[in-house]
Design a protein around this ligand. Structure first.
Ligand SMILES: Nc1nc2c(ncn2[C@@H]2O[C@H](COP(=O)(O)OP(=O)(O)OP(=O)(O)O)[C@@H](O)[C@H]2O)c(=O)[nH]1
Length: 614
């Protein structure tokens, strides 16, 4: 069975959580959905209609600020909790969770101070509610929202717009279909001119959710009574009218105790010739019980739609949280784990680029298949091996004594000179592959969804990968230059052994006795060197890619972030936290989402437990 306490308590708890998250009615914030789905009782009345007196009388305590002008300038969410007979009354504010107030004069002061804290001393109004819980054996479980009194004129020091501002704020509360309106009108005033009834009629024309409360019955002119109003003939409402007799100003001045005032009120109705027949349905105690019961039934009726709103919101928030990424752990171990996971996610994507699956790795092959052969073809061997240059190099190598049989030194110098040209394309291949790898790192970081939240870590990974690639490039350059130097350091003997025979085979017999000083002789030398260089070029075309892949691509795949891992392993928790620094806007949004999610989940659990109890 769902008890009254459990249902009203449920809504109380959800309401408090809503306020803690900035979800409250009357304000135009994006997050006011749950609050609005919750049934509330809003107290509405014109100035001096007796609003404060009714509330205090329901509570049985003096605790509301009094004074001239507009005293209530923020909504006061008043949550009443019935405690065991004999226990002490106390009050608690949501904004002062650790403090129990047993002196209600201090409660009054705190309401004033807390109002000023938000509105300043400017007498402005604010829609941000103050939450006050009162625990007492003399209350029923009930939640009421006290709103600023409707007024007709701004007083000294208040902005001109205040009359309109108050009406708008009050209207924002009472126009919600879940709001029960407690419309307070003084009996010594024509009901047709009541501010509360005017507003209630506007937002609840059929009178389904309005309770009419008539105060100051004792102040009516002698010989008149309010039976027409109380019996629903003056203004018809679906819910009953309740007449009230509060303490007069004189009673207040004399500090007449609230409990005594309640008793006097009971006596008033019991002995009244006009209202005696209605006595059991009059007075503030009756009003409190009536409201409590009504609120409970409204809540019960609303539970299915609140549940579905909550479930829908949870789904939406969950998917937004997935999109934003879950919050990061705070301890160093978990942070290190997170960083390593993120690095691994990046590394996986980087490897997919190289191994295929994602584009880009093919560009490495493009370097070997196009750029390198094209660069080799473009080497200026024609110029280097022109007859003129060959003659010059050979003569210089011969010195004062021209070679007698074959220009061994000349050959060597020509070949060495030629082979030096291979350094350029070899180093260029290293650089080209370096840039491909660098670009793939950049792309992979961009494609690692998990990293998107962490701009700092992105930058760190990019820097670490960049440094590693730079080291691989150095190593690779040394290796390819070494390949070229190796070609110069020992020539292929076989090639030269074959030379004379080939010459004789294909040569003209007339020229077999070679004249070593004609152009033809040098052309032949050029052609021999050229074909030797061509052979070396073929070899390098194959070995340079092997060296480059070995030193750069393979290393990148195996150990791109190895140094980085060693470095982060040495870091302290704080430094790790800094690496996981996120975009502040995103963090803020996630925090909001997480808090709301927590609220909705807590609300769902609460509702579940109440439903199970039913
Ligand atoms: N005799 C008598 N006086 C009442 C009754 N209700 C309220 N009063 C007096 O009317 C005056 C205004 O009452 P409040 O309860 O302060 O009215 P309010 O609507 O809260 O007024 P503001 O907060 O100033 O807008 C006080 O002096 C009360 O003592 C009543 O039923 N009988």
């Amino acid at each position: 069975m769902a008890t009254m306490e459990s249902l009203i308590g449920l809504v109380n708890r959800i309401q408090r959580a809503c306020t803690a998250l900035g979800d409250y009615g009357g304000g135009d914030n994006a997050f006011s959905s749950l609050w609005e789905a919750l049934p509330t009782v809003a107290v509405v009345g014109g100035q001096s209609s007796g609003k404060s007196s009714v509330l205090e009388s329901i509570v049985g305590r003096d605790f509301l600020p009094r004074g001239s002008g507009i005293v209530t300038r923020r909504p006061l969410v008043l949550q009443l909790h019935m405690t065991e007979q004999g226990s002490q009354d106390y009050a608690e504010f949501l904004h002062l969770p650790k403090r129990k107030f047993s002196d209600f004069a201090l409660v009054r002061k705190e309401i004033q101070d807390e109002t000023d804290r938000v509105t300043g001393r400017t007498k402005q109004i604010s829609p941000v509610p103050i939450h006050l819980s009162i625990y007492s054996p003399n209350v029923v479980n009930l939640t009421l929202v006290d709103l600023p009194g409707l007024t007709k004129v701004a007083v000294e020091g208040q902005p001109e717009t205040i009359v309109e501002d108050i009406e708008n704020m009050v209207r924002a509360y009472v126009e919600k279909p879940n709001c029960v309106i407690l419309a307070i009108s003084p009996a010594n005033q024509d009901i047709a001119t009541s501010d509360a009834i005017k507003l209630a009629r506007e937002v609840d024309p059929t009178g389904e959710r309005t309770f009419g409360v008539l105060t100051k019955l004792d102040l009516m002119d002698k010989g008149t009574n309010a039976l027409d109003v109380l019996e629903g003939r003056s203004y018809r409402l679906q819910l009953p009218w309740v007449g009230i007799v509060n303490r007069s100003q004189a009673d207040i001045n004399k500090n007449v105790d609230m409990i005594i005032a309640r008793r006097k009120e009971r006596e008033y109705f019991a002995t009244s010739p006009d209202y005696g027949h209605l006595a059991s349905k009059m007075g503030s105690e009756y009003l409190a019980k009536l409201l409590s019961k009504h609120l409970e039934s409204v809540i019960r009726a609303r539970i299915p739609s609140i549940t579905s709103l909550i479930n829908k919101s949870i789904d939406e928030l969950e998917s937004e949280m997935d999109h934003l990424g879950r919050p990061i752990a705070v301890d160093a171990g978990a942070q290190l784990y997170t960083i390593l996971e993120l690095c691994r996610a990046f590394d996986r994507i980087f490897k997919e680029h190289l191994d295929g699956g994602r584009p880009g790795g093919d560009r490495v092959y493009g370097v070997f298949d196009n750029q390198l052969p094209a660069a080799l073809r473009k080497l200026p061997f024609d110029r280097h091996l022109s007859v003129h240059n060959v003659k010059k190099v050979v003569s210089e190598a011969d010195g004062y004594q021209p070679h007698l049989i074959a220009p061994e030194q000349g050959y060597r110098r020509l070949i060495e000179g030629s082979l030096n040209y291979f350094r350029g394309p070899a180093e260029a291949s290293v650089d080209a592959v370096h840039f491909v790898l660098k670009e793939l790192v950049r792309k992979s970081i961009g494609e690692t969804k998990e990293l998107r939240r962490f701009p700092t870590l992105q930058a760190e990974i990019a820097a670490a990968a960049g440094e590693a690639l730079e080291r691989f490039r150095e190593e690779s350059k040394k290796t390819v230059v070494r390949l070229v130097d190796m070609e110069s350091s020992y020539l292929t003997v076989e090639f030269f052994r074959r030379l004379p025979q080939e010459l004789e085979k294909g040569g003209n017999p007339a020229t077999s006795t070679v004249d070593r000083y004609t152009e033809g002789h040098f052309r032949r030398i050029a052609s021999n060197v050229s074909s030797y260089v061509g052979m070396v070029s073929e070899t390098l075309k194959n070995t340079i890619p092997k060296a480059v892949v070995y030193c750069q691509v393979r290393e990148a795949k195996q150990s791109l972030l190895n140094h980085f891992y060693v470095q982060i392993g040495k870091k302290e928790g704080k430094q790790l936290g800094l690496m996981l620094d996120e975009d502040p806007a995103l963090m803020e949004r996630r925090q909001q989402c997480a808090k709301r999610l927590e609220l909705y989940k807590a609300a769902r659990d609460e509702i579940d437990s109440v439903s199970w109890a039913r």
